[in-house]
Ligand binder design. Structure first.
Ligand code: AMP
Ligand code: GLY
Length: 420
C-alpha cells in the first residue's frame, strides 16, 4: 500500500513512525514533513490545504491511502475532494470538521444529542454578549467561534477580563474567528482527552491522554500547544470513559449521521471530569499534538490497520490490542516559546540516542541543513518513551532529554506530575 500523510509536526512524525512499522506499507510519503520524518520516509512539498493540489499529487504518485494530520486541510474540504476522486482517506469531511471549526456548531450538536457540557450563550453582537456576562458574573469562559490556532479561548476569572475579551474579539483580534462568540459556564474539575476512531457509525476508543498546556513548571505561565503528554490518563477510569462514550460520543456520532454529515476520522474529545461525571469541553477533529505521540508509541504497527478500518467503515469488526503499558512525551521548545524565539539553532546529540519501539525522538519544528539538524519552530522535539509504568517511561524519556545538546532550547522537568 502506498500511503500519503499530510502535515509536518511531531504528530505526523509519530503517525509516520507507526505506519512504517506495518508490513502493509510499501511506500510512505509525508507532505511537507520535517527533518526527522525525512529520516524514515520521503517528503514532498505542495499546498496541503488545497484539495486540487492534493488530488493531483495522489494521482501522480499512485497513492492508495491518505492520512490527514492537521485541522486546516480538513476544514478546507481536502478529505471531500479526495473522496470525490475515489481515494481512500482518513479524516472527516468539511461539514463534519465543523465540530472543531465552529464552537457554536458543537454546542448546537450537544443540545440536539443531549450531551453533558457547559451551559452557554451564542452571540453575534458585543452588547448582548456583555449583558450576558454581567448577568452571569465570573468566572466565565469567552470563546471565539472559529479556528483561532488554540488562542481563541479566554478563561476569565473576573468580569473585567471577560468584558475585555468581548471587545478584543469583536474588535477583530482573532479575525473572522471572533465575529461570533460563545460564552460558557466555567466548569471545574480535572481535564483529560479521549481519542475515538469513528467510521460514521461506530466509535472505537484508541486511548486516553493528558497534556500540559502551560509553559512553566507546575502548570504555570502562558498557554502553549502542549509541553508534554502521557497516556493513559488515570483520571479517565473505565467507568468514566464508558459514560463519556454513552452520553457524549455515541450521541454525537448518531446526530452527525442523522444530519447527513457522518463523522469519519479521529474524534479528540476534551473532557472535564468532576465527581465521577465527564462533561465535554471541546471536540477536535484530529489527533492532539503531542498526545498523538504517546498514542502511537502505545499502538505501534496496528495503528495503520485501525486508521484504514475507520476509512473503510469496518470499525464494528475491529479491535484494539491493548498493552498494559504507559507512554510519555517531553516537548523540547525554543527558548522564548510561546513568545518569539530564535530560528536556525543547531541541535546535537540526537545521533547517539537509540531509537526503537520504546524510545523515540519525534521531530516537530526541525530542518536538516549542511548535515546538521536545526530548530525552525517553537515546539521542536518530542522525546517519547514507553514503559511498564509511567515512572519507568518518564525516567527513560528524561534520560534521552539529557543526551540532547541544545543550549537554545528548554523543556519542563515535571511532565506527568499529576499522574505520578
Ligand atoms: P478549548 O479550546 O475549548 O479546549 O479551550 C481551551 C482550554 O480552556 C481548555 O482546555 C480548558 O482548560 C479551558 N476551558 C475551555 N472551556 C472551559 C469551560 N467551560 N470551563 C472551564 N475551562 C474551560
Ligand atoms: N495538545 C492540544 C491539541 O493538540 O490541541
Amino acid at each position: 500500500m502506498n500511503i500519503l500523510i499530510l502535515g509536518s509536526g511531531g504528530r505526523e512524525h509519530a503517525l509516520a513512525w507507526a505506519v512504517m512499522q506495518n508490513p502493509k506499507c510499501d511506500k510512505l510519503i509525508v507532505a511537507p514533513g520535517n527533518a526527522g520524518i525525512a529520516q524514515i520516509a520521503d517528503c514532498a512539498s505542495f499546498d496541503i490545504d488545497n484539495g486540487t493540489a492534493v488530488v493531483n499529487f495522489v494521482e501522480e504518485n499512485a497513492i492508495d491511502f491518505v492520512i490527514i494530520g492537521p485541522e486546516a486541510p480538513l476544514a478546507n474540504g481536502v478529505a471531500d475532494r479526495l473522496r470525490d476522486a475515489g481515494v481512500l482517506v482518513f479524516g472527516p469531511s468539511e461539514a463534519a470538521a465543523r465540530l472543531e471549526a465552529s464552537k457554536s456548531f458543537t454546542k448546537e450538536i450537544c443540545d440536539a444529542a443531549n450531551a453533558p457540557t457547559a451551559a452557554y450563550g451564542h452571540f453575534t453582537d458585543a452588547d448582548a454578549a456583555k449583558a450576558h456576562i454581567r448577568k452571569n458574573g465570573a468566572p466565565i469562559v469567552v470563546k471565539a467561534d472559529g479556528l483561532a490556532a488554540g488562542k481563541g479561548v479566554i478563561v476569565a476569572m473576573d468580569e473585567a477580563t471577560a468584558l475585555e475579551a468581548i471587545d478584543d474579539m469583536f474588535g477583530g483580534a482573532f479575525g473572522g474567528a471572533g465575529a461570533e462568540v460563545v460564552i460558557e459556564e466555567f466548569m471545574e474539575g480535572e481535564e483529560a482527552s479521549f481519542f475515538i476512531l469513528c467510521d460514521g457509525k461506530t466509535a472505537l476508543p484508541v486511548g486516553t491522554a493528558q497534556d500540559h498546556k502551560r509553559v512553566g513548571e507546575g502548570d504555570t505561565g502562558p498557554n502553549t500547544g502542549g509541553m508534554g503528554a502521557y497516556s493513559p490518563a488515570p483520571v479517565l477510569t473505565d467507568d468514566i470513559a464508558q459514560k463519556a462514550l454513552d452520553q457524549i460520543v455515541q450521541p454525537t456520532i448518531d446526530e452527525m449521521a442523522k444530519r447527513g454529515t457522518p463523522y469519519q476520522g479521529v474524534l479528540y474529545v476534551g473532557l472535564m471530569i468532576k465527581d465521577g461525571q465527564p462533561r465535554l469541553v471541546e471536540y477536535n477533529v484530529r489527533f492532539g499534538d503531542p498526545e498523538c505521540q504517546v498514542l502511537m508509541m502505545r499502538l505501534g504497527a496496528q495503528a495503520l490497520d485501525l486508521l484504514q478500518a475507520a476509512a473503510e467503515e469496518r470499525l464494528a469488526d475491529t479491535q484494539v490490542n491493548w498493552g498494559d503499558d504507559h507512554a510519555i512525551t517531553v516537548v523540547m521548545a525554543a527558548n522564548g516559546y510561546p513568545g518569539s524565539y530564535e530560528k536556525g539553532t543547531v541541535i546535537k546529540g540526537l545521533g547517539d540516542i537509540p531509537q526503537d519501539s520504546k524510545n523515540m525522538v519525534f521531530h516537530a519544528g526541525t530542518t536538516a541543513k549542511d548535515g546538521m539538524i536545526t530548530a525552525t519552530g517553537g515546539r521542536v522535539l518530542n522525546v517519547t518513551a514507553r514503559g511498564s509504568s509511567l515512572k519507568d517511561a518518564r525516567d527513560r524519556a528524561y534520560a534521552m532529554v539529557d543526551q540532547i545538546d541544545w543550549p537554545e532550547g528548554f523543556y519542563r522537568s515535571d511532565i506527568g506530575w499529576r499522574a505520578l
